[in-house]
Design a protein. Sequence first.
Length: 281
Amino acid sequence: MADQWNPQTYEAFSDLRARPFWDLASLIDTTVAAPDAGAIRTMVDLGCGTGTLTAQLAQRLGVQRCVGVDSSAAMLERAAEHTDEIVEFRSGDISEWPGGPDDPGDSTEPVEPVDLVFSNAALQWLPDHAAVLARWIGGVRPGGQIAVQVPANADHPSHTCMVDVAYREPYLSAMQGEPPPDPVAANVSTPADYAELLHDLGGVDPHVRLQVYPQVMASTSAVVEWVSGTSLRRFFRVLPDELHQPFVDEYRDHLGATVGDRAPYFYAFKRILMWTATATS
């Protein structure tokens, strides 16, 4: 499958995308460290994207080693700009982290437990969050921490309108009658479910909250540019090139008719932030 991630498109709203990243980072407890450590020494950022925020977080936390993992070659090419003696970036399937000796060819090392697993806006692309979070927590040192953020906006017209368009012709036939499902709708659970899951996985005093981000966009049409770097990608993968722009144009018209053609436009974006420490023994 072609790599549909476009770093330039994704970073068009870098300020808005950075806010939940730093809100998630604020949940990290820098006063409680892993055993025999004065601070968080090692971390992994799963779904690191362009690596800009990864490197900044590593510097802010003062870690000794940080590994960013992503599956997109385009994103990792941009992330390479932030590589130094502490921060490195690797290609890998984050659903399989931390890998191990039984996973030949795994590229998501280190397999040694880390003090912090961090993942911002990446888990939603994966199914079976119970299994993935269990695997990630298994890669955390006793007394370490995990912090994860996922969007929870599948019920917003920005998402539902593109699904409506996907069931119109000629797009439906071009997708063999089966438009790709919205991964947020299919995979993301409720805050209460995540809190219970983190507890059941051995998390200590998990913190989970739903937060609405007040994203003020220049206009309703700006939402189309926002989702073109994320949610629209699944349609671009399966539609022929000549239908990409017509799909986007029809989606823009449908969205405007649904929420109104407004400038500016208040785009209320829901996200789930979750954090837990792991037991010390």
